[in-house]
Design a protein around this ligand. Structure first.
Ligand code: MTE
Ligand code: HPA
Ligand code: MOS
Length: 753
């Protein structure tokens, strides 16, 4: 059943798929619009809503004073009000909610709101915040061995600074929610969220009522990429607040400008590293300090910071490690989850350190990379013993399958022959841990109904956001019951059917929900087999199902799936099942910063080649060749789509997407004319992705490893490929680690003295 197609493809292409804004609304549905802070930091001295409220069609303007429960939406740390009270902390911070009969009336009203803010000092940079001791929480440090002693023994020691910029999620569907009043003070909210339970919990807190009164339904997302893991909550909470108080349905969809200004992005990081090697190129000591630009509130920053530390040595084993991360409080929108969740920021730093060391020592980067790859039973800084490692396997497979030597030689030859164009090559290995780093989040549930006509309804906690998790769920049910996919319906993700869910995140959704679903389907299947065995007068072990038919000892019987289900119904056998799955074996002790936090790791190696136009500073990627560790992919088409999509997003982050705020905390890259994301021409025509040959991993669903985030980090190779081309043109270029490597920066580097 490997070729099952994405079940959303027809609906998407025809424009029939439903998103929040496509729901047929109830009569008298009102429109919500957020009024946000025009200043990055200050005391709100006066807020005058009178002119705005006087417009005909404005029903009500809500402020924090109207909140019946707690004005608090902080998930990890309670440091974020839903609506600002006396202080504003970033441009775009919600201050009031205008509810009107139409969007255009709400917009008119927004323009008439008057505010007086007494400005306070504004911080926009992470190290700037650190120098003023502005932190979200206390720093975290992971360590292994003793770096101080190890550096003394090193033949080479290098230090430098690194910067990686933020990244805008740019999901096609902006943030939004639709709330409808139900009976007895209950509310139903349709939300574009990765975390339905997060939204349910958030609303209950804001309204000061029980979670049981709130039903959250998610049809699907037009992309999330982490941006809707926690940051879908405020918009849903605002609609729920208005609905609760007005007893009217309220819809709130951010327009693109509001979304860009009000929401957080990938965290920019300013970092320092110190790397020490022996003359055999073994890295024996590595230190890094990561200054994370968290924005004005914690949001998911502490969890993102933690994942940076988990990935600070990427695919390499280093005996002595000390890494510290500081979550720095600035006056930007709270930064949040973004594909890779802090991992990419960590991995870029060690790759920079290796590139620097190679350049200074006079060897190739690949020599250092290859010398230090993780091997079986290596113990990483956080205490996990690495087993079923594929770092060396994927590296060697890439070198062999793609003939690295030939590629590198061709590039050398090209560079000696060409003056105005230079080529560069890089190799990027990845090693990404699968599981929520916060152990208690690693669980899921599934609810399966087999209807009496033999069709099936499946509910899980998984949210479909383009990654095709619904197709994977459908495939599991179809495979287990041996029935056709069109007999199965994937239901919306709904908190009354599947409760207490973890968000769809950490690339773990298919593993967690898929394993729960497999359990539920298997339980029903066992009961059906009992009925079949009785009916056919055989032993249960002899019964199997194939193609909607019952087989006895591999011979087709006279009993069909449909009849079996009907008979089971008559025999009063339960045709529904709810199952729970929690990842076994994982644990982590935050007091010691040691444990076994990941179910397994995903590996792979990318080889990227680029040509730089040395007159213009522009570049193209000639080829991107990847050996990727899918385990045993359960759906090759979907998984390939995830690799290619993540790769494009990684290359975008590394080479062109440039978030810019001015010193006053205003977002300058506030439109698609000032923020460039990759398009079909930005990544190589010649992309080749070959599955690594492995046994797969039992902890992964059907041995098919998580695929959502890991391939983003292949994009890091793009930075170093370009850098190598620059070096070929300008031997006096001093390596700089300041991403993204935009054409502007390339041009400056080509002519740097
Ligand atoms: N793919 C698409 N098309 N759209 C998305 O929003 N999100 C990514 C990844 N792939 C995303 C995507 C992120 S950030 C994660 S964590 C995973 O999908 C989540 O889904 P999974 O756990 O089912 O892999
Ligand atoms: N990854 C993604 N999202 C998360 C995580 C994680 O490890 N922890 C909490 N939210
Ligand atoms: Mo993904 S950043 O874990 O939503």
């Amino acid at each position: 059943m490997n070729s099952i197609k994405n079940i959303d493809s027809f609906g998407h292409v025809r424009g029939e798929s439903l998103f929040v804004d496509d729901i047929i609304v109830q009569q008298n549905t009102l429109c919500g619009l957020v009024y946000d802070s025009p200043k990055a930091h200050g005391i709100i001295k006066n807020l005058d809503l009178s002119k705005a409220a006087a417009i005909e069609g404005v029903i009500k303007i809500f402020t924090y004073k109207d909140i019946p429960g707690e004005n608090q939406i902080g998930g990890i740390i309670p440091d974020e009000p839903l609506l600002a009270e006396n202080e504003a902390h970033f441009v775009g911070q919600p201050i009031a909610l205008i509810v009107a009969t139409s969007d255009s009336i709400a917009k008119k009203a927004r323009a008439l709101i008057e505010i007086k803010i007494e400005e306070l000092p504004i911080i926009t940079g992470a190290k700037e915040a650190a120098s003023k001791k502005q932190f979200i929480n206390t720093p975290r440090t992971f360590s292994l061995g003793n770096t101080d002693n190890a550096f003394i023994e090193c033949d080479y020691v290098f230090e430098d600074e690194v910067f990686t910029n933020g990244q805008e999620h740019l999901y096609l569907e902006t943030q939004g929610a639709y709330a409808v009043p139900m009976e007895n003070g209950s509310i139903k909210v349709t939300s574009s969220t990765q975390g339905p339970t997060q939204v349910q919990k958030g609303i209950a807190k804001i309204l000061g009522i029980g979670m049981h009164r709130i039903e959250v339904d998610v049809i699907r997302l037009g992309g999330g990429f982490g941006g809707k893991e926690d940051q879908a909550t405020p918009w849903a909470a605002l609609t729920a607040l208005a609905t609760y108080l007005l007893k009217k349905p309220v819809k709130l969809i951010l327009n693109r400008h509001d979304d860009l200004r009000m929401t957080g992005k990938r965290h920019p990081y300013e970092s320092n590293f110190k790397i020490g090697l022996t003359k055999e190129l073994k890295i024996i000591a590595f230190e890094a300090d990561f200054y994370q630009n968290s924005g004005a509130a914690a949001d998911l920053s502490p969890a993102v910071a933690e994942r940076t530390l988990f990935h600070a040595t990427n695919s390499y084993f280093v005996k002595n490690v000390k890494t510290t991360v500081y979550s720095c409080k600035t006056n930007l929108p709270p930064n949040t989850a973004f594909r890779g969740f802090g991992g990419p920021q960590g991995m870029f730093v060690i790759e920079a350190a290796i590139a620097k060391a190679a350049s200074e020592i006079g060897v190739t980067t690949t020599q250092i990379q290859e010398t230090n790859l993780i091997q079986e039973n290596d113990e990483l800084a956080y205490g996990q013993l690495m087993t079923q490692t594929e770092a060396i396997n994927s590296w060697q497979s890439a070198f062999k399958k793609f003939n690295y030597k030939k590629l590198a030689t061709e590039i050398e030859v090209f560079n000696t022959k060409n003056k105005n164009f230079k080529k560069g090559i890089s190799v990027m290995p990845i090693c990404f841990g699968i599981s929520f780093t916060n152990t208690p989040m690693n669980h899921a549930r599934a609810l399966v109904h087999v209807y009496q006509d033999g069709t099936v309804g499946v509910s899980t906690g998984a949210v479909e956001m383009g990654q095709s998790v619904n197709t994977k769920m459908l495939q599991i049910a179809a495979q287990t019951f041996a029935i056709q996919p069109d007999k199965i319906k994937l239901e919306t993700t709904n908190t009354t059917r599947v409760a207490n869910t973890s968000p769809t995140a950490a690339s773990s959704t298919a593993d967690l929900n898929g394993k729960a679903l497999l359990k539920a389907c298997s339980a029903i299947l066992e009961r059906l087999k009992t009925v079949a065995a009785q009916e056919l007068k055989v032993r249960q072990e002899e019964v199997s199902l194939q193609n909607e038919w019952i087989y006895v000892n591999s011979k087709k019987s006279s009993l069909s799936w449909k009849e079996l289900v009907a008979n089971a119904m008559l025999a009063r056998v339960a045709l529904s099942e709810k199952s729970h799955y929690a990842t076994p074996k994982i644990h982590f002790d935050k007091t010691k910063e040691k444990g076994h936090p990941f179910a397994y790791h995903v590996y792979g190696t990318a080889i990227i080649t680029t040509t730089v136009d040395c007159t213009r500073g522009t570049y193209i990627f000639d080829s991107i060749k990847i050996i990727h560790d899918y385990g045993k992919s359960m759906n090759k088409g979907i998984d390939l789509g995830q690799v290619e999509g993540a790769l494009a997003q990684g290359i975008g982050w590394m080479t062109m997407e440039e978030i810019a705020y001015d010193k006053k905390g205003n977002l300058l890259s506030n439109a698609l004319s000032t923020y460039k994301i990759p398009d079909i021409f930005s990544i190589a025509e010649n992309i080749e992705v070959i599955p690594l040959e492995t046994e797969g991993n039992e902890m992964a669903i059907l041995k098919s490893k998580a695929v959502g985030e890991p391939p983003l980090m292949y994009g890091i190779g793009a930075y170093f490929a370009i850098q190598n081309a620059i070096k070929a043109y300008n031997p006096s270029y001093k390596l700089k680690f300041h991403a993204p490597m935009t054409p502007e920066k390339v041009l400056m580097s080509l002519y740097q003295k």
